[in-house]
Design a protein around this ligand. Structure first.
Ligand SMILES: Nc1ncnc2c1ncn2[C@@H]1O[C@H](COP(=O)(O)OP(=O)(O)OP(=O)(O)O)[C@@H](O)[C@H]1O
Ligand SMILES: [Mg+2]
Length: 244
């Protein structure tokens, strides 16, 4: 089961939103998907139409305690993200072997950058969700330095909450496009329906099937698919035309 690590240098960029919709998109492609959230408190359950108050079962909880939504297995890592047992545990559970039929999507909070660095080496892809805002973009050089060239080979970027009616947002997106090149695999438009669906405790696909953000987020899973079976150091083909 290959692992896709969702982690961004800054909080609030939409990492959890993207991780949830990536999981749904891969499940729609026929994959058996597990989502592992590493945050003690986050909105993952809400994206699946569950109450945020629900306590998701631990990674190691037995199958009869599983919370399955649309076939997606929602799990929580209840110990520190830096716990030395995490990687051996993922390996024992078969979560680190390439193949497209079973996928583990990890939602790692931005603050856990050391744990993210350890996991990225074992992930088939690292999905980094950015907003086209200066406070996020200013962190990119630091993130590039920390991740290193090896880690960046697996990194793909998504611009989220893009508002093309705003000049700063357009310019920020152009900057990311220039910096990331083929590594920018998509953009997701700012869409009020995203928080509204959460307020209604409904999945976005039920609350607003015509949502622009839903449409954009669905395209991300298609762009990640080549990573799942790739054994190359970098799954992003230099000639592929996937610019957002
Ligand atoms: N495309 C979008 N359009 C509008 N709102 C969005 C969009 N994507 C995410 N949001 C909203 O932005 C907020 C933050 O999203 P999310 O929780 O996914 O970010 P995060 O990066 O995981 O944050 P954290 O650092 O707290 O883990 C949420 O309220 C979500 O509804
Ligand atoms: Mg989050």
């Amino acid at each position: 089961m290959p692992m896709v690590l969702c982690h961004a240098p800054k909080g609030g960029t939409g990492t959890t939103f993207v991780a949830a919709h990536l999981a749904m998109g891969l499940a729609a492609e026929g994959a058996d998907v597990t989502v592992l959230t590493m945050a003690a408190r986050d909105t993952m359950a809400l994206h699946f139409g569950l109450s945020q108050a629900i306590s998701l079962p631990s990674l190691t909880a037995p199958a009869d305690e599983a919370v399955l939504v649309g076939g997606i297995n929602l799990r929580y890592w209840h110990r520190s993200a830096e716990d030395a047992d995490l990687l051996p545990m993922l390996n024992d559970l078969g979560y680190l072997t390439p193949g497209k039929d079973r996928v583990l999507v990890v939602d790692m909070p931005s603050g856990e950058f050391r744990a993210a660095l350890r996991l990225v080496e074992h992930a088939c892809a690292h999905l980094c969700t950015l907003t086209a805002q200066p406070d996020t973009l200013a962190l990119l050089p630091q993130m590039f330095g920390e991740t290193g060239s090896e880690g960046l080979l697996r990194t793909a970027f998504v611009i989220n909450a893009l508002d093309e009616t705003r000049r700063l947002s357009r310019h920020g997106a152009a900057f990311v496009r220039e910096l990331a090149g083929q590594r920018l695999i998509g953009r997701i438009r700012l869409d009020e329906a995203v928080p509204e669906a959460m307020a209604m405790l409904q999945p976005l696909s039920r609350y607003a099937p015509a949502s622009a953000a839903l449409h954009d987020a669905r395209a991300i899973s298609g762009a990640i698919l080549p990573a799942l079976e790739s054994t190359a150091a970098s799954w992003i083909a230099p000639t592929a035309s996937r610019a957002a």
